[in-house]
Write a protein that binds this ligand. Structure first.
Ligand SMILES: Nc1ncnc2c1ncn2[C@@H]1O[C@H](COP(=O)(O)OP(=O)(O)OP(=O)(O)O)[C@@H](O)[C@H]1O
Ligand SMILES: [Zn+2]
Length: 442
């Protein structure tokens, strides 16, 4: 099946043709670890997990490499550690652990590699040296800067008019910059801040060069897909492209650039800086991870999502309905029903894929529905967890007592027992053939 993906670089839905179908390669910008991740940060995690699963399905699980990094050097990290009075390493490892714990509940597969910026310093330094040697970067007062005018087609990804970019950059132009648009590759560190020895003295990398180095290390000079949120197009991704292309003298860094839209609250981007955020952790206190995942996928990844309780309630209802139909088929098989696959291959059209799941939500399709839900990362785990907590022995005892009460026409007692059974999280069904059965309440 042909996979088409919307490419920010061409502003069109392009046919996806991997450079090497035996080694499909994708890089997604991961979190900067200084605080709990918010539910907006969960969007790229979930969206690109679906793409990872789809690529594995199309090319074989062993033929897809997915890299999602951890940014563990950043001024925001340094500032937060200082504020809390804790060592930087403690803050980043604690936040990384929390991040892993939170996203595990969202049923996302682990990426193939999860490099940290601090583990990629030799590659970062090597890349900057290449840029200096080729005349695309220069040293000034302990800083190394990328020389933007040295790249003729800078700005191709974001297509922002050069005047706008210059106006934006002009706000705070450091005196050591030759051009307003030039950006930092390496900067000096003071003794109280993390730093590494380099040809330019003890210092630390800028944010953009970290991703160029990590993708190079794990995926090579050119790869297939690069992803992240729409806010990263400029300047982060534009600058990654500039660094990687100029270092290696190539026409492309990644063939397809994908960007998810914002998750919003009251029509505004959820963000740490605006303070209108809900952490993944808080949301998971109230809602099962699979419901959060489902709610995220009901909107196409390029559209904005408004995050509401009403949406989560609807998602709960729909997902539980699917689980009821698929019942025990959920963990048996992993297959994607053809109409669902077709929807996903159309630029990851998850709302259409969900409409196709509704079409499978009927008798005789349990197998297909269950297998497809599984393939999309829905295993009914929270339903199973609920079931595991139910005391079956107690339920059976109460049901037997209720059958006896009904036989004795003691309706009051029968009603009381039904309520007691209900309180255990179970629904009793009096079947037409006179038998009684029960199931876990959804
Ligand atoms: N509201 C949002 N909706 C969708 N994606 C988001 C949202 N906010 C951030 N992202 C994405 O989450 C990933 C990690 O973001 P990052 O760690 O840079 O912090 P941030 O949350 O964007 O910071 P801030 O919230 O202060 O703007 C990026 O891919 C980013 O595009
Ligand atoms: Zn990045």
């Amino acid at each position: 099946m042909t996979l088409r993906l919307y490419n920010t670089l061409t502003r069109a839905k392009d046919v996806f043709t991997p450079i090497d179908p035996k080694a499909v390669r994708m890089y997604v910008c991961g979190p900067t670890v200084y605080d709990y991740a918010h539910i907006g940060n969960a969007r790229p995690i979930i969206v690109f997990d679906v793409l990872f699963r789809l690529l594995r399905h199309l090319y074989g699980a062993d033929h897809v490499t997915y890299v999602r990094n951890i940014t563990d050097i950043d001024d925001k990290i340094n500032a937060r550690a200082k504020e809390e009075g804790v060592p930087i390493g403690d803050l980043t490892s604690r936040t990384t652990r929390q991040f892993h714990q939170d996203i595990a509940a969202l049923n996302v597969l682990e990426p193939t590699h999860e490099p940290r910026a601090t583990g990629t310093i030799p590659e970062i330094v090597a890349l900057i040296e290449m840029l200096v040697a080729k005349g695309h970067a220069y040293e000034a007062e302990g800083h190394v800067l990328f020389d933007v005018p040295s790249m003729k087609d800078y700005g191709k990804l974001s297509r922002r008019p050069l005047d706008d970019m210059i106006a934006g950059a002009r706000i705070d132009v450091a005196p050591y910059k030759r051009g307003e648009m030039d950006f930092v590759l390496w900067k000096p560190s003071t003794p109280d801040l993390p730093g590494w020895d380099s040809p330019w003295g003890r210092g630390r990398p800028g944010w953009h060069i970290e991703c160029s180095a990590m993708s190079w290390k794990h995926l090579g000079e050119t790869f297939d897909i690069h992803g992240g949120g729409i806010d990263l197009i400029f300047p982060h991704h534009e600058n990654e492209v500039a660094q990687s292309r100029c270092a290696f003298g190539l026409k492309v860094m990644a063939n397809i650039w994908m960007h998810n839209g914002f998750l919003q609250i009251d029509g505004q981007k959820m963000s740490k800086s605006l303070g209108n955020f809900l952490t993944i952790n808080e949301v998971l206190n109230d809602w099962p991870g699979e419901v959060v995942r489902f709610n995220m996928l009901r909107t196409h990844y390029r559209q904005p999502i408004d995050w509401t309780v009403k949406g989560l309630e609807e998602s709960t209802r729909i997902l539980d309905g699917f689980y009821n139909t698929a019942a025990s088929r959920l963990t048996e098989d992993v297959r994607i029903a053809a109409p669902v696959l077709e929807a996903l291959c159309d630029d990851l059209n998850t709302p259409r894929a969900i409409a196709e799941l509704h079409a499978l939500d009927r008798p005789n399709f349990q197998m297909e529905l269950g297998a497809t839900l599984n393939a999309l990362g829905f295993t009914g785990r929270h339903v199973e967890e609920k079931a595991a907590k139910i005391d079956e022995h107690k339920v059976n005892e109460l049901i037997a007592a209720r059958i006896a009460a009904r036989a004795a026409k003691n309706w009051a007692e029968s009603d009381r027992l039904r309520a007691a059974i209900d309180a255990l999280g179970v629904v009793v069904m009096d079947n037409k053939d006179g038998t009684t059965s029960w199931e876990v309440k959804s």
